[in-house]
Design a protein around this ligand. Structure first.
Ligand code: KIV
Length: 290
């Protein structure tokens, strides 16, 4: 959006205070970032889900800081005014507070991010507090936290029974007290999301957690049929770009084979005079070689 001012925390908090929904998507590359900026998306998460959607891994765990920095830089080039969040990859913040601060700082210094996100509740409160104390806005992430999918029993809804729901609600409070500027709730029942949103004093963002949050997030690849392995229930499909691209690729293969591509408008020409000069030049040099 050429005329949009850079989105900052006061803008996001004003929307929150005014009860206006905040728009958020994942994004991993320059051309998509350009389109999301044009569409008016306010917050972009460069998620470590790029390990699956862009790099073809089975999970997010192999993603490195260098992967994240490279993709975040590309997104920033395409979306200069969005609130850009770098997702801290596996084992870049879990070991200790110092690692968390150092790696969060890389997102800010090397990729011009506005904030970072980390997964986990009370056990990550000191990492959250350390990052925030270093002057870096940090988003929490509760519910289904993909980096812990193994201990959570897979990619499934979290907090369906009272004890686990109570724990997620307490974790949200602890993260807010530790300084989180916002919390993402992934795949928790909508009633739990509502309870957390009503109790919080910061924007709560829903990914598959219902309509009561202060904003919504979707995974871009799920919205457009671009991730072939599965389509989660929470993902609304807004268009099947994967199908459009696949049909185009099949047409290209067919046209190269049957030679209906390229056509006159797809190649470049040279003036007759210049071509004649070239032929003469070639003839003379071949004659001199004999
Ligand atoms: O990596 C990611 O895209 C995420 C979302 C699943 C929230 O963390």
């Amino acid at each position: 959006m050429a005329d949009r001012k850079k989105i900052n925390l006061p803008y996001l908090y004003k929307k929150y205070a005014d009860g206006e929904p905040i728009t958020m998507l994942t994004c991993y590359d320059y051309p998509t970032a350009y389109l999301q900026e044009e569409a008016g998306i306010e917050m972009i998460l460069v998620g470590d889900s790029l390990g699956m959607t862009m790099l073809g891994y089975e999970s997010t765990l192999p993603v490195t800081m260098n992967d994240m920095i490279r993709h975040s830089q590309a997104v920033r080039r395409g979306a200069p005014t969005v609130w850009l969040i770098g997702d801290m990859p596996y084992m870049t913040y879990q070991p200790c507070v110092e690692d968390a601060i150092r790696n969060a700082g890389r997102f800010m210094a090397e990729a011009s991010c506005d904030a970072v996100k980390l997964e986990g509740g009370r056990e990550m409160a000191d990492r959250m507090a350390g990052i925030v104390a270093a002057g870096i806005p940090c988003m929490g992430h509760l519910g289904l936290t993909p980096q812990s999918a193994s201990s959570l029993g897979g990619f499934r809804v979290q907090g369906r029974d009272a004890a686990r729901a109570a724990r997620i609600i307490e974790d949200a409070k602890i993260l807010e007290e530790a300084g989180a500027y916002s919390i993402l709730l992934e795949m928790v029942p909508e009633r739990i999301c509502q309870l957390i949103t009503e109790r919080a004093h910061i924007p709560i963002i829903s990914l598959g957690s219902g309509p009561h949050a202060n904003g919504q997030l979707l995974i871009y690849h799920d919205m457009f049929g671009l991730y072939p392995r599965f389509k989660p229930k929470m993902a609304k499909v807004y268009g099947n770009a994967g199908e459009v691209i696949l049909n185009g690729l099949k047409d290209y293969v067919k046209e190269v084979i049957d030679q209906s591509f390229p056509q006159r408008e797809h190649w470049f020409t040279m003036k007759d005079d210049d071509y004649d000069d070239l032929l003469q030049h070639l003839a003379e040099s071949e004659h001199n070689d004999d």
